[in-house]
Design a protein around this ligand. Structure first.
Ligand code: ADP
Ligand code: MG
Length: 323
């Protein structure tokens, strides 16, 4: 049963109204907010805000401890989303995991956005074709989502499976939002939670959220501003919001991250992904993509809690990713 804001301790009708107007429309959104944010949004004191957040966390059952058997029950539900490439899937132990954040990092043109498009198509397939029979939410920060590319990849599915697919149906199950800055990007995760909640009982519930690119806005906004700690804190909060999205919806979370080909004094080592250890510690799987000959790309699994490191070669072709 859905918990209404008014049902929370310390939230009266007026506060509930103000919270809703400020975009805190769900108990989850409040649970992951900070007292300062909430205080400003609802025009209340920070100590009251802290109490409301605590109530929201208890109600949404977040931030607490879980016993191992409950964790195990949830882990049993982990789904696998096929990339459509045999080697790539095998390296990932069958595909991209739900309830985990998978980060793809690499230089410009290494194929991150192409893999993201392919996953947005594949997730809609039934399980016997490697999908999760779900829909997808894309937070597009670089304006690189291309419906035409989806059309080509859906045509590529017909080639693979010898069946006809309707690309318009696929496009209808992809919900894209442009993020105009890092704050907007963070807020879009709350909207995504709401949307996924609305679609919970739909024919295709949300089984994948993509943030492409996770770090571009953060990088651009904080350049030369000596506020690294502030940036990392926001990025950390954003990643935890995404992890929560994955847990609540048993969905895959896929984020992209750039590495700089040109050294950048402020961000240090040019071969390291942006966001450094913050992203590294929160992402469960890290994939390093790099260009090889022609349409070939090398995908390296850099970090995983339960899989050996490895490499897979994929091809980025017009009908989609291939071995
Ligand atoms: P990034 O890692 O910067 O997100 P992209 O995923 O956008 O990189 O990869 C861009 C590359 O994908 C292009 O250089 C090209 O090799 C390939 N590509 C893009 N569109 C097509 C297409 N329609 N057919 C074949 N290859 C494509
Ligand atoms: Mg890209």
């Amino acid at each position: 049963p859905e918990v209404l804001l008014e049902d929370l301790d310390h939230v009266g009708p007026a506060t509930a109204q103000k919270l809703m107007e400020a975009g805190f429309t769900t108990v989850e959104a409040i649970a992951v907010s900070s007292p300062a944010e909430l205080a400003t949004a609802a025009d209340i004191g920070e100590s009251t805000a802290a109490k409301i957040i605590l109530a929201a966390r208890q109600s949404a059952d977040i931030g607490g401890f879980e016993t191992g058997d409950i964790v195990l029950e949830r882990r049993k539900l982990v789904g696998k989303l096929s990339t459509g490439c045999v080697e790539f899937d095998e390296m990932m132990g069958g595909g991209i995991d739900t309830q985990s954040i998978t980060e793809m990092y690499g230089e410009f043109g290494s194929g991150k956005t192409q893999v993201a498009h392919q996953l947005a198509v594949n997730v809609q397939l039934p399980q016997e074709q490697g999908g999760l029979n779900g829909s997808v939410i894309i937070i597009d920060t670089e304006n690189t989502f291309r419906p035409e590319r989806i059309e080509q990849m859906v045509a590529g599915l017909s080639e693979r499976f010898g069946m006809e697919y309707d690309y318009e149906e696929f496009l209808k199950n992809i919900r894209v939002a442009r993020a105009f800055n890092s704050n907007h990007q963070i807020l879009l995760v709350d909207s995504a939670l709401e949307l996924a909640n609305e679609l919970k009982d739909a024919e295709k519930p949300v089984k994948l959220i993509i943030v492409d690119s996770l770090t571009a806005h953060f990088r651009a906004e904080y350049i030369g501003r000596g506020t690294l700690a502030d940036r990392q804190q926001k990025l950390n909060k954003h990643l935890h919001g995404l992890q929560r999205f994955g847990d609540l919806n048993n969905a895959c979370v896929v984020v992209t991250n750039q590495v700089m080909s040109k050294p950048d004094a402020f961000f240090g080592d040019p071969t390291k992904p942006i966001g450094g250890h913050i992203v590294g510690h929160t992402a469960t799987f890290r994939l390093y993509l790099r260009k090889s000959k022609g349409d070939k790309r090398i995908v390296r699994l850099v970090d995983s809690p339960n899989l050996p490191d490895g490499e897979a070669i994929i091809s980025v072709t017009t009908p989609g990713l291939r071995d």
